[in-house]
Design a protein around this ligand. Sequence first.
Ligand SMILES: Cc1cc2nc3c(=O)[nH]c(=O)nc-3n(C[C@H](O)[C@H](O)[C@H](O)COP(=O)(O)OP(=O)(O)OC[C@H]3O[C@@H](n4cnc5c(N)ncnc54)[C@H](O)[C@@H]3O)c2cc1C
Ligand code: SF4
Ligand code: SF4
Length: 342
Amino acid sequence: MHGKNALVIGGGIAGLCAALELARFDIRVELVEKAAVLGGHARMLTCKATDACVRCGACFVEERLKAVIENPNIRVHLGSRVESVKNSGRFSVVLSDSMGPASSCEADAVIIASGFSIFNPGTKPYGFGRFSNVITNLDLEGMLKIQGIARRPSDNRTPEKLAFIQCVGSRDAKSGHLWCSRICCGSALRMSRLIKSRQPDIAISIFYIDMQSSGRDFQKFFDESRNELRLIRAIPADVFRTENDRLQMTYFDPASREPKDEIFDMIVLSVGLCPGEDLKGLAGLFGMELSDTGFADANQKSMISTQSGVFAAGTVLGPMGISESVASAGKAAWEAVKYLKI
Ligand SMILES: Cc1cc2nc3c(=O)[nH]c(=O)nc-3n(C[C@H](O)[C@H](O)[C@H](O)COP(=O)(O)OP(=O)(O)OC[C@H]3O[C@@H](n4cnc5c(N)ncnc54)[C@H](O)[C@@H]3O)c2cc1C
Ligand code: SF4
Ligand code: SF4
């Protein structure tokens, strides 16, 4: 036994995979998760399979979760955060615990996998937070996971017309978020097709700038989607509630080249992936530099430094999907193993 210990911060798909990889090398892992449950955002996503699997990746997390819980080399700290760190060649870490007294642990290497936050769309003129039938894509994931179908939150009725607005808080100079969030085009198409398979009478429109390809069969999936969905290349200006509790959207219609008002029953905002709310604090504690986007930059030497023993995994590095997060966790764990000279 080499007796090496590692700390993994964040129990989303990236943290789970990093912990499992490290444990394979007989490294004792302290996995710290601030929430009361493991799984992060991926745990909130629904299976989008219709007649076949559409490779959304949502089921990866359950499988990894079970493996982590059963692994004797991994100790899970739920409801915990890193309170303070001393680095004297080894990291001496104090953990706060929302459910009990503070504890401490020692680590020879650290992987930061604290994930992302979603963009707050309340700042956009789409009525989020004011009109209950304007929801986020993450809200719709939750609705489909729990209820199986789309319903208007205000009256529980099936919407006749549903619209997605893409790129909310991404590719957006006003918010200072110029990046593409990479997952929301695929997510909107997969959720739309799942809804159409269960509620074929709902007319679905997707307002988009252009479609970000995700995955190997994306083009085929996109072409098939055109048969059942209305795809409009425009970003709407605003949304108002009508007297009979419907939603009026104004957009510049590319076909007529004129502004157009259209009524919908429910609107889904495809909100962007932003740097996690704790990332700045964690970067300060562990002496890491962040790029000017607020994400850690994989190419920055200070981040994946074999000198410091601190590594990053998953969406800490920028917007990415589940399989990419899994791959980046494997890479971070491998860098940590090399650093520990095991
Ligand atoms: C609406 C939506 C739909 C999506 N659909 C898809 C899809 O269909 N396919 C796909 O591949 N991807 C999809 N994604 C992206 C997917 O959710 C991410 O790729 C994945 O969740 C990233 O995992 P992660 O571990 O990096 O981050 P997260 O899932 O954010 O996990 C980070 C974890 O760290 C914890 N944490 C944060 N700060 C601290 C701290 N200070 N201390 C301890 N713990 C902390 C958090 O509580 C969380 O559990 C979607 C995302 C959204 C928002
Ligand atoms: S990858 Fe997605 S669609 Fe396929 S089985 Fe898993 S959760 Fe369902
Ligand atoms: S993935 Fe699509 S919706 Fe998301 S930011 Fe990129 S282009 Fe916009």
